[in-house]
Ligand binder design. Sequence first.
Ligand SMILES: CSC[C@H]1O[C@H](OP(=O)(O)O)[C@H](O)[C@@H]1O
Length: 371
Amino acid sequence: MKVHEQPMRTIWVEPDGASVGIIDQTRLPHAFVTARLTTLEEVAHAIRSMQVRGAPLIGAAAAYGLCLALRGKASDEALARAHALLLATRPTAVNLRWALDEMRRALQPLPPQQRLQAAYRRAAALCDEDVALNRSIGTHGVPLLEAAWAKKGQRGRINVLTHCNAGWLATVDWGTALAPVYLAHDAGLPVHVWVDETRPRNQGASLTAWELGQHGVPHTVIADNVGGHLMQHGEVDLCIVGTDRTTARGDVANKIGTYLKALAAQDNGVPFYVALPSPTIDWTLEDGVRDIPIEQREGTELTHISGRLASGEVVSVHVTAPGSPVANYGFDVTPARLVTGLVTERGVCAASSEGLLSLFPERRAPRATGT
Ligand SMILES: CSC[C@H]1O[C@H](OP(=O)(O)O)[C@H](O)[C@@H]1O
């Protein structure tokens, strides 16, 4: 049973005070395995291979990757090399760049001999901040579930559909889209989650289902193409998904297939919410479809699928026609017009520039003076 207030997080500094512990998410749901990362290269591999994944957790891992890099030399060149190597691991989640820039902002002004200790301190603070932001997203998201239940006369269960994994495994703790689900469930609300399996990496079937099961939240795994049918038949009260990068006007990049769910939700009048901590907002971009880089991953993620035999052995099998070319796009962009609201650590707002600026007024461009 996962109790969020307990110290179990997705990333930590080992007792040696240097190496970094992670949950190897490529082994779930069949095995809960942790790994100890001791070098910058091991962290970069962990991000690229999705041992650690999820926008906020990618940022946290990169922050600790910088720490490990500076254990050798803490020179400007070492800092710049580590920043570049980690930034190149995955292109879509803006949290990666945000965390690396936060670390560099904290370390660059310091003399090299002070950088290592400061790096671990700042990385730990980024992790604590992520936990607090996500807990707050949960608090602001619960009224959305309560409203959905009230709308159906507080009868039956509150059916939430989610895509991919935006639970505590995608962050340092709590998750984003699932944070309101956990808090609502723990408060006794009758929440049920339709879990998109989320091909091809199956983060839903393997990670979200595992998470919800660990927490005792009722859920049902569905094929990615089922969601529209459920919405047509009134089986979905609201959708809540995560995001890897949301633009200043509310366009949302998220796991491939999110856009199609948003279209089905609009067609059926189902509220479609996106949960995000503010480091996931890319204030430099407006047009997400045009400007957000979409990761393309190895074709073997599509041509093969892994699973556990009755014997317990985990195997990978070829599931597509041998020799057929494949295209493996990792993300798509849902235009703001299809998003009912953004659930942030400061509250829920419209998916629009004005909506975001109402919660983050410090981001408003300074007015040109009349002089
Ligand atoms: C809270 S961010 C979760 C976000 O990250 C996932 O992508 P990936 O598993 O490839 O890292 C997915 O888009 C989730 O919505």
